[in-house]
Design a protein around this ligand. Structure first.
Ligand code: FES
Ligand code: FES
Length: 154
């Protein structure tokens, strides 16, 4: 059973190869930041980076990430614990309400800014399809612009 690269560390998992990555992360590896919302690729709460792409971890199996690099919300900060510009912007804009959906947003936005460093509102709306039942969308949009500006100055 090949190890899986999660947050920069190779981890050996003895779970079945068809187990959804979401549950491998939460149950087998203890990364509970990745959340279960719908289980059907709709809500975005479970999103992680797979080879840099924002991916719903409820819809991909352990076997499918055997040769991939997986980054969860816990892996977005630096090795020294420094917050990423996206994480810092989330704090500065006081984005979360209940917080449940936010890890998925942080992951999806990180992937967006890696691809489109300074997205327009239309590009944000097109790319970020995660669902927030608390309706934090206006703060999320502000935080994305703030993070984009911070990254451009880094
Ligand atoms: S739990 Fe995976 S997209 Fe909703
Ligand atoms: S902050 Fe509550 S669901 Fe998004």
């Amino acid at each position: 059973m090949p190890p899986v690269n999660v947050n920069g560390t190779l981890r050996t998992v003895t779970a079945p190869q068809d187990k959804p990555l979401l549950w491998v992360l939460r149950e087998d590896l203890g990364f509970r930041g990745t959340k279960y919302g719908c289980g059907a690729s709709q809500c975005g709460a479970c999103r992680v980076l797979v080879n840099g792409e924002s991916t719903p971890s409820c819809a991909i199996t352990l076997g499918e990430v055997a040769d991939a690099t997986v980054v969860t919300v816990e892996g977005l900060s630096g090795a020294d614990g420094a917050l990423s510009p996206v994480q810092q912007a989330w704090i500065d804009e006081q984005v979360p309400q209940c917080g449940f959906c936010q890890p998925g947003f942080l992951v999806a936005v990180t992937a967006l800014l890696d691809r489109v460093p300074n997205p327009s509102d239309a590009e944000i709306d097109d790319a970020i399809t995660n669902i927030c039942r608390c309706g934090t969308y206006p703060r999320i949009r502000r935080a994305i612009h703030r993070a984009a500006a911070a990254r451009s100055q880094a």
